[in-house]
Design a protein around this ligand. Structure first.
Ligand code: NDP
Ligand code: MG
Ligand code: MG
Length: 335
């Protein structure tokens, strides 16, 4: 891990940054970099984000007009639209030798975007959601980040990625070196198999087993969904050891014996298949094809999730527990 004192070069001093997109990450990174003394402008389409960036006191342009002025172009639109925005508005307007940055390797790794050879292509990927990155920065700290490069035209691409991360406050918490391949493979693997896909399937299946056996949906919700956060917080704070210390011996014993019966060799095989489909581009193609087809599958899955009994029972119970929505008190881990 690198910290502030380890990042001593100055290849980004005096450079003009254009943040493309002013959403979760764009908002956080642009404000953090500006507060760290960098010259920051925003490039985004007309709409909610455009207005928000103006209100926050930035010079806001169309993507094309922001790119024309920028020495560093940090691309922070949603991943699926980056290739279109790049082809239409970034590539034709890029200054010769401008640095191009990302917070996720997806588009470069899967060659949806092929940057010009004379550009440094760098990564600065905060390991936390935007609101947490901004809040911790203001508190004088930061969220750890990954840094690295895909293409080193200047000989200083890695230095630039580190300086960028430092400007974002991340070097106060720690910087980890990565590659576009590693970051993309691991990020997709984690969210699909463990953090989001794995956890939601686990909760959903547990809820089904209990309710199909005649147990009340409300109680089932508490046992397999609501309590997930409490367990995750303990794991986050002190690993499995702290979690087990805070729980009963009965639960600890049962967990060692029955856990591997549920997530065993078959699940491991499924995860290995999932990893392979990330590495060979199968997943990326599936996702981009659905996007180019109007996200028909994504919207259908979303509708099904919203209509599920688990979601509805949870909504009813959460409405009676205002404390569960105290966002300032509880931070959300990144996926
Ligand atoms: P958001 O969806 O929060 O924000 C996207 C921004 O792009 C919005 O300002 C949106 O504007 C703008 N935008 C959308 N379409 C266009 C378009 N066609 N032309 C111009 N601007 C457009 O994205 P995130 O911040 O979540 O993600 C950005 C990147 O950061 C992704 O690569 C993601 O993988 C990565 N990342 C995200 C993290 C997170 O915390 N969410 C964590 C780490 C990495 P509008 O308001 O008009 O829609
Ligand atoms: Mg991700
Ligand atoms: Mg219990």
């Amino acid at each position: 891990m690198l910290y502030d004192k380890d990042v001593t070069t100055h290849y980004l001093d005096g450079k003009k940054f254009a943040f493309i997109g002013y959403g979760a990450q764009g908002h956080a990174q642009a404000n953090n970099l500006r507060d760290s003394g960098y010259d920051v402008i925003i490039g985004v389409r007309q709409g909610k984000s455009f207005d928000a960036a103006k209100r926050d006191g930035f010079e806001v342009y169309s993507v094309a007009d922001a790119v024309k002025q920028a020495d560093v172009v940090q691309i922070l639109t949603p991943d699926e639209v980056q290739a279109d925005v790049y082809k239409e508005s970034i590539e034709p307007n890029l200054k010769k030798g401008a640095t191009i940055g990302f917070s996720h390797g997806f588009n470069v790794y899967y060659k949806e975007i092929v940057p010009p050879e004379d550009s440094d292509v760098i990564m600065m990927a905060p390991k936390g959601p935007g609101n947490l990155c901004r809040r911790t920065y203001k508190e004088g700290f930061g969220v750890p980040a990954l840094y690295g490069y895909y293409q080193d035209a200047s000989g200083h691409a890695e230095d630039k990625s580190k300086e960028f991360a430092k400007g974002n406050g991340a070097a106060r918490a720690g910087l980890l070196k990565t590659t576009f391949k590693e970051e993309t493979d691991e990020d997709l693997f984690g969210e699909q198999n463990v953090l989001m896909g794995g956890v939601t399937s686990l909760i959903e299946t547990g809820f089904e087993v209990l309710t199909e056996a005649g147990y009340s949906p409300q109680l089932a919700y508490f046992e397999v969904d609501h309590e997930m956060k409490l367990i995750c917080d303990l794991i986050y704070e002190g690993g499995f050891k702290k979690m087990y210390e805070d729980c009963s011996n009965t639960s600890e014993y049962g967990s060692y014996i029955r856990g591997p019966q549920v997530i065993g060799p078959e699940s491991k095989k499924a995860m290995e298949k999932g990893l392979k489909e990330i590495q060979d581009g199968t997943f990326a193609k599936e996702f981009m094809d659905d996007y180019r087809n109007g996200f028909k599958k994504l919207y259908a899955y979303r509708a099904e999730m919203e209509q599920s009994q688990l979601q509805k029972v949870g909504d009813e119970l959460r409405a009676k527990m205002p404390f569960v929505n105290d966002a300032d008190k509880y931070s959300t881990p990144e996926a």
